[in-house]
Design a binder for this molecule. Sequence first.
Ligand SMILES: Nc1ncnc2c1ncn2[C@@H]1O[C@H](COP(=O)(O)OP(=O)(O)OP(=O)(O)O)[C@@H](O)[C@H]1O
Ligand SMILES: [Mg+2]
Length: 340
Amino acid sequence: MIEIRKLSKIYNTHGTMTHALQDINLTINDGDIFGIIGLSGAGKSSLIRCINLLERPTSGEILIDDVDLTKLSSASLREVRKKIGMIFQQFNLLMNSTVYDNIAFPLKISKVPKREIEKRVDELLELVELKDKKYAYPSQLSGGQKQRVGIARALANKPDIILSDEATSALDPTTTESILNLLKNINKEFGITIVVITHEMSVIKKICDRVAVMENGRIVEEGNVIDIFSNPKTLVARRFLKDMFAELPEGILLDDRNQEEEILRVSFVGDSATKPIISYMIKKFNIDANIIAGTIDRIQNAVVGNLLIKLVGDKESISSAINYLTENKLRIEVLKNNAP
Ligand SMILES: Nc1ncnc2c1ncn2[C@@H]1O[C@H](COP(=O)(O)OP(=O)(O)OP(=O)(O)O)[C@@H](O)[C@H]1O
Ligand SMILES: [Mg+2]
């Protein structure tokens, strides 16, 4: 388990102080794929680099399996770091070394015997599907292949944790997909905890179990991916989800003077998505319902939907209709009504 407690990081560049991280508290459970999302400058890289102490926190604790890394000697820290692999946006490969030597590098540093290194590198090449590139140089590889080398290198010492800083940001969508699948398989097969930093919700949606949203050096929202996708609370989270989380278009008017009108956001997860609840509601309560905007999305194994609907009818019917929706486990938020 990774526990981050009261972490802050202040950079001092020639007397200019940057508060990159402020009072971060986070628990990442073993075997999870944990996403951290935020805009540029939010502090994501600073946070992930503090987890393995590549960056020294200004204050706070980083506990991995109850050991506070900030209190370790450099020799003990080196040992702990072997169990934390890292992958980067720009791959950070040794350009003058072959694929084999890049992957073997951390093993050589760990003084693993040569025969074992050969065996391990071959296993890893098989895993990342690069057997035929064993003696190629990074300049002879595509971006996706380079990242596969990066992943194999990160796995060399059989880590418990992998930290991924924008590992797919330099890749096209298809290659991104295959790298994310590889990370997911590694997580499943070896139970490795993966911390994924990204500015793309699609990455979170595809592989993460939990997500934290960062803004200005703080975590502003955190939770289960499906909960955040179906009910984002902060403006930043909503912006990241704009393709999936319909916002009320400007200029929508409530213009009927004679009847009650309400605009609702209806969100649902799983089963409810497939039930014809809305059409049943219209019939049962004799009201009108216009769908203004809506999305239905599959997130891993769940269906998550979001609808903006305008209900028109008499006051009592509308209130019964809303009760009915709530009873059917739909989440309702009243965005607008024409009540005086
Ligand atoms: N080594 C450094 N020295 C001084 N300031 C830094 C350093 N690294 C980061 N910062 C500052 O800390 C803040 C957070 O930066 P960080 O790189 O952690 O953000 P990020 O969320 O990873 O952004 P991006 O999405 O652009 O990679 C920024 O204001 C940045 O300028
Ligand atoms: Mg960054």
